[in-house]
Design a protein around this ligand. Sequence first.
Ligand SMILES: [Zn+2]
Length: 480
Amino acid sequence: MAQELFNIDKEKDFSEWYTEILKRADIADVRYPVKGFIAYHPYGNSAMKKIMRYLEDGLERTGHLEGRFPIFIPKSVFGKEAKHLAGFEEEVYWVNKAGLNNLEEPLVVRPTSETAMYPMFSLWIRSYSDLPMRIFQTLPVYRYETRATRPLIRSREIAWFNEAHTAHATAEDASKQMDVGRELYNELHHFLGVPYIEVKSPKWELFPGAAEAYEYFVRFPDGRFLESGSVNNLAQSFSKVYDVGFEGEDGERHYAYQTCYGVSERLLACTMSYHGDNKGLIFLPEIATIQVIIVPILFEGAKDDITKAANKIQKELWDNGIRAQVDNSDKRPGEKFYYWEMKGVPVRIELGPKDLEKKSVMTVRRDTGEKKSVKISGIKKELPKIFEKMSKDMRVGANDFMKKHITYARTMHEIEQGIKDKNAVYFGWCGLEKCAEDIEKGFAVTIIGEPQFPKPEKKLDSCASCGNKAKVVGVAVKDY
Ligand SMILES: [Zn+2]
């Protein structure tokens, strides 16, 4: 049976586009029998792992090492930091029973790992020579979300959750570590080529006792923004509670200064949503599960030769580190083209009798449709060049795209208009929470903080809400 053509207007019907593409392109399946829990198809999971590896390489390059901490946290340990408990109490899963026995103390299923890691940090860090300590882990976390769940955006099991936790001897060292974390996250967003804003979080959003935080927001085609990561300077807010201390050079005991940062599977949602088009997904070659799909164009008489040649090319490419597959199914070539376009495979190779005669193949780029005839003998050298050009082209537009979707507002009316235009709004702000509240309530938006990237390019002298002198620039968005 012919496969139904994927053709959904991404800009106009983004919600439908997103739901359908996850299903049709074999990314994730919501039919798992626990609500809010999702099964990842290998095709989607593999792309996610490639983003994960890029990040993990960056973390290791900058002196982080991967650890592994348990999923269960005793209630008493979780609750030591009262504010942390209060923040998560309504959205953690509890384990009260093991086998037939009721547990003496209930266990929390980690919603994030501070309280699993820091008691161990307390044991592992003895003196200043053990510092800095930089540990990350990539493991699922669990949150009993009460808001509507959405695959990869708001799930109850966050299948891919990378969190890094560091401890330092001085506030200055922790502050320097913040720069490292931020650089990694800025790099990661540039690598994915998605339009994003980095903000410094408003003071009232901070964890009590924390020094500062930065958050990343990616713009989706419907004009809403999704938080894609955060970098937090916890100062001594946790170290004092979990006794993460060390003997200093002065022989005295001190509490460590800590930072933590995290990103999740949301990044896959971000890259698919931005790069895809009405025909389906477009994966960056670096993260594509299949980078090249070879479609043999079979004619009677030449079938065997073409199939053989296609399989040979596949093996040669694979041996040269290119993730190539052959579509040997019974479908017509046209159907195969649509199918693999929908799945976002970066490059298609067409191989028919005429190509074979000329000892060449036709390569087709998914993003531009650009065709190029390439000699079979040179294909393994040519493809990396096509990938490189394609990645560059796909990334280069993102920052300009983001800048085009920023409105500079001097008045409440301009804020309203910017939001209507599906933009992020940079506005002059006196910095008072009251003014942020007025804006948030007035237009059902969220003030996410002060922009760090992209930097404001216009001067905003007065607060858009109260008219007093602006101290900073704020960002208002519709968020998820
Ligand atoms: Zn104001």
